[in-house]
Design a binder for this molecule. Structure first.
Ligand SMILES: C[S@@+](CC[C@H](N)C(=O)[O-])C[C@H]1O[C@@H](n2cnc3c(N)ncnc32)[C@H](O)[C@@H]1O
Length: 316
């Protein structure tokens, strides 16, 4: 069972009202979190479990395209970030966004339940010289922990895995008076096909998906279960219900990116639906088939992909 870290802020009480910034209300404490807690609730019967991203971290940082610097510039301007306050990146993975945003804050926290993701994040932080981030192994449902007050809470490709109502309410209570939540809508593992001419062939994503299905079955795998109905959307309603207002939408234009066979293969293993552990003793065979498919589709070992625009919704 997960022990709620909310108790560190509101010991043994549901009636806690302040964290020193006046915004932590009783809504911030939603009761204890159990390992049975359902999060991506659109798939009946699916339960979150810690194997969701097990073993994906080292592939994630290679196989996902980096967030562009423009994204940071847009946020700095819109939120008037000045190097003060705290950033909280929830579901930070290997720090893909945390490390880019952290230099604009006095202090940053990246939280994620997956230990492998956090080790990779720490390694990349050292490599890039970003020294103001603390990595904490926590589920979002365990917030506020001892992490309030926060100037910016980020959810980048992560909110759909959470008990969204509970988490939205909690983070709202953690914000400073000038604080905000940013929800990043991005796809960093594969591009789209607009029909435009590209320098190299596109990766054969439909055939990759068929290959994964041949090994793992027709239903989308996620941790120990299957997501028959995919992951939920409609986050605007959830943020509004939590008392946040917005969104203010910022957009980073689409990009064309050349990628190697290794990067595209790593992109596959970075997915919860194709995490290496899911293949069990057939991983080697799958990998051989994947590499053969990629090698026969690439030109000189290269692909090109069109990555769609990234939308960022700011809620205050
Ligand atoms: C697709 S990755 C996104 C990583 C990173 N934010 C990015 O944009 O590249 C989703 C991350 O959410 C994390 N995650 C899943 N369920 C979570 C939960 N309940 N609380 C916090 N993080 C969670 C996963 O471990 C994973 O690292």
């Amino acid at each position: 069972m997960f022990v709620t870290a909310a108790e560190q802020v509101c010991p043994g009480s549901r009636s806690c009202t302040k964290d020193g910034q006046g915004r932590l209300s009783s809504a911030a404490y939603a009761g204890p979190v159990s390992s049975e807690h359902i999060s991506a609730a659109s798939s009946p019967g699916w339960k979150w479990d810690p194997s969701l991203y097990a073993g994906t971290a080292r592939f994630y940082s290679v196989g996902r395209v980096a967030y562009p610097a423009e994204l940071v510039d847009l946020l700095v301007t819109a939120l008037e970030l000045d190097g003060s306050g705290r950033l909280l990146d929830v579901g930070c993975g290997p720090g893909s966004l945390t490390l880019l945003l952290a230099p604009n804050f006095a202090q940053a926290f990246g939280i994620d339940p997956d230990a492998g993701m956090l080790s990779e994040a720490a390694r990349l932080a050292a490599e890039t010289g970003v020294s103001n981030v603390t990595w904490r192994q926590l589920r979002a449902e365990e917030l506020p922990a001892d992490l309030a007050p926060v100037r910016l809470v980020a959810f980048a490709q992560s909110f759909h895995w959470m008990d969204r109502r509970r988490v939205a309410r909690t983070v709202r209570g953690m914000l400073t008076d000038d604080g905000a939540v940013v929800h990043v809508h991005a796809t960093t593992h594969q591009g789209v096909d607009s029909g435009a001419e590209l320098p190299y062939p596109r990766p054969p994503h439909a055939r990759i998906a068929e290959l994964v299905q041949r090994y793992l079955g027709p239903d989308r795998r996620a941790g120990k279960g299957v997501l028959t109905a995919g992951t939920p959307d409609g986050e605007d309603t959830i943020y509004r219900a939590a008392g946040l207002t917005g969104p203010q939408r910022l957009e980073v234009p689409e990009r064309i990116i050349d990628r190697t066979v290794d990067q595209v293969a790593a992109g596959v293993y970075s997915l919860s639906s194709a995490a290496p552990h899911l293949f069990a003793d057939r991983l080697e065979q799958f990998d051989a088939d994947l590499r053969q498919l990629l090698a026969s589709s690439a030109r000189d070992g290269w692909f090109s992909e069109e990555f769609p625009s990234i939308a960022m919704d700011i809620w205050r």
